[in-house]
Design a binder for this molecule. Sequence first.
Ligand SMILES: CC(C)(COP(=O)(O)OP(=O)(O)OC[C@H]1O[C@@H](n2cnc3c(N)ncnc32)[C@H](O)[C@@H]1OP(=O)(O)O)[C@@H](O)C(=O)NCCC(=O)NCCS
Length: 173
Amino acid sequence: MAEAADYSALEHLRDGRPVKIRALRPDDRADMLAAVGRTSMHSLQRRFFVPKKGFSERELAFFMDIDFETHVALVAQIDEDGQPAIVGGGRYIVVQPGQAEIAFIVVDDYQGQGIGTILMRHLAALARDAGLKELIAEVLPENTAMLKLFKKFGFKTASKGSPQVIHLALQLP
Ligand SMILES: CC(C)(COP(=O)(O)OP(=O)(O)OC[C@H]1O[C@@H](n2cnc3c(N)ncnc32)[C@H](O)[C@@H]1OP(=O)(O)O)[C@@H](O)C(=O)NCCC(=O)NCCS
């Protein structure tokens, strides 16, 4: 747990700019809200499946209260004019022993730069190190970027279920 809570790694965007991948911290609340403010309704809907204008205190507490065991959250931090800015995040939540649900969101201006792929790689490594056996995800059928990313990592369609949502699963070695 301590390891995931202190997680930090340096990566690079496709254009070479450095991006820090690190554990979400309790004092990130304002920066997280700033990132949400820069994210389009379209992207928020793809992440949360419903139109989102903001978050209730309860939702915020849930998203910020990370124990790094059953709920692990990483952010992507970029330097913008000398100031660190959160431009993406990914998290997994253990839903039953050995199995966690994973999801991501990247600020629109930074999509297509590799951040989603990098976050996936780091979260999958943390999940594996934590002894998890399977990652699962739910994706809207029209979300080609997310589907492409998950397929790249070997996720397979898990069940048909509701036609509005695609269920995916990845067995961890
Ligand atoms: C889905 C999302 C997380 C991907 O993050 P990202 O940083 O843009 O992803 P990457 O840059 O690593 O690209 C991943 C793949 O998607 C493709 N992609 C990225 N943006 C795309 C777009 N707008 N349309 C089609 N494909 C796209 C990339 O080409 C890449 O494939 P490649 O590696 O073969 O080139 C991001 O687009 C996002 O936040 N979307 C809105 C929220 C969302 O859908 N969350 C998913 C909920 S599970």
